[in-house]
Ligand binder design. Sequence first.
Ligand code: IVH
Length: 655
Amino acid sequence: MAQLRKISATEIEAMSPEQLEGEITRHNTLYWDSQEPEISDYDYDRLIERLRAVRPDSPLLGDFGAERFGADVAHSSPMLSLDKCYDDAQLMSWASKFEGDVAVTPKMDGVACAIRYDDSGRLAIAATRGNGTVGDDITRNVATIADVPNRIEGGPLEVRGEIYMKLSVFERYKDQFANPRNLAAGAIKQKDSEKSRAYGLSFAGYDLLGSDAKTEAEKFERIIALGFPEMERLIVNKDELTGGYRHFAEKRDSLDFEIDGVVFKANELSEHERLGATGHHPRYALAYKFQGDQGTTTLDAIEWSVARSGAITPVALIAPVTLSGAEVRRASLHNWGYLQKLGMTIGAKIVVTRRGGVIPHVEFVAEPGEEKIVPPKTCPSCGSDVTQVDDFLFCSHPLKCPDVQRGTIKHFCKVVDIQGFGDKLLAEAFDKQILVSVVDIYTLSAEKLLEIERVGDKTAENLLAQVDAHREIELATFLRALGIEDLGQQVSRVIADHFETLAAVRAATREQVAALSGFGDIMANNIVSGLTAEAEIIDALLEHVTLLEGAAAAAAAAAAAGEGAAGSALRGKSFVFTGKLESFDRKTAQKLVKERGGEAPAGVTKELSYLVVGDGKEDKKSSKQKKAEKYVAEGCELKIISESEFKQMLEQDDA
Ligand code: IVH
């Protein structure tokens, strides 16, 4: 064979996608038709890798290396893919459909493979998944994988599992290849088995066909008895499902292979038969996919902050950790009960994610710390006693509590978009009794403002101009600005659209409010009693502001769409909704996105930021979700989040 030409990294990087496609096609012809390859398989793979990076949808990538590899193999039974879920609720709902325990394994990020042993126990055929019905014959290469026995006791049997590359092996190639999976896929299709062997691939078995095993647990034991390496698995009862997920999520960073989720399977094979499969995936198995970054860090301290509601909430102050490109130092722990349920201690090793890629969230404690966390006995803002109601701690004198009052004024300014009233200014104005209630905002004078340090004539003038520019307020904005529990952005919008005038809102009964879609009795109660409790403030505010109601409100909302959303995490992001939404109708959801400077296109594309899946129960997955999952699998940035996560995003945005 003629000397092979080497291609340098710079040469590859300089090629345009068209040039790459041209080169790859040329090398395919040289290799297959003329049988005179000009470059090594290794360099060929690097061209493929580069093409995958610069033009992931190139038709040449449809079947990686297939042009370089052998015959078709018909599978003994279809090799299906796994249905996916992204949160605990979906996992629980899946598990409610069958009886018995659940087998939990890591979802290996590699290449699926079926290995058949004949009746004398000899490795007869190994094949890739291909299209699920027919795969590529990779027998000779699989026979070189140290984890795969060439002969077993018994047979005929078929072992299915994942061919993967250990991270410690990938280390050598990481400059040339994007990830171990792509390299494993290329390495297992090398024409020369010795070259394939040199890549040092591994194999993990997760299924056994043709045995008389009655459970998944038994299958795993037999696979090991046949001579395959042990795959870590847990057999858990349904109450421990989330623990099973955590077990592997916690280990993710310390494993010598990449996993992209956790696989759950009904343990009893009789249940597999009963449940059957859809066209694409079995109903007895589910993959809980990891989304985005997760990081392990330590809890340094707890900061107790007093919210507008008077609730005293714990905030985790953590050792800085970079997640989805941003440094995270704090994460809300929501309430005292949640903190306790997590088993949180100072110094604990904790796993943190950014839910939906945005909100820092403490997932669980990986390793407890030394120091117990003691809840505060007095309010950190005003020193009043702390009272506990269920999981929550409250300041016992919220009306006198500076943090609560300042928080209320700050919230009003933020919602109405009155600018310039920062934390320091508000704190001093509160102490000097200049701003103690939201009504005071509208009776400010230059004289009063000048009492505040650092406020000069110019600042005072600007602040007064800001206030004057916001004396006309749209009804939904006004309702939200009051800071009443449950009157957040979406609820205020729904109420304003429904009742149209403030008078009608104030006259509404609990029953009328509860009847609105997505509202419950508790919410209706909070809203109606909140409006009654704030009656005096509302009346006082109406002396100074004009409300835009009905048609005027709609016009103002349309004009303001996207404005005042500068700080919103939704700005510039796109959201598509699918499935049955429980908290609002689709139009409202889209409006909420647009108000924050986001987009709400009709369909799923590769450029989409979020697909929001409704919390309502639905038998079938929508075509939008299937499409989005396909894009996620292809490496698109797109995130699939549940309706509850979307609501959390909105709440966080409001906070
Ligand atoms: S069980 C119906 N367990 O994930 C297939 N699969 O789409 C049942 N995978 O192609 C497979 N790790 O190759 C199972 N621990 C594991 C797995 C696993 C990786 C792959 C499998 C399949 C894909 C799912």
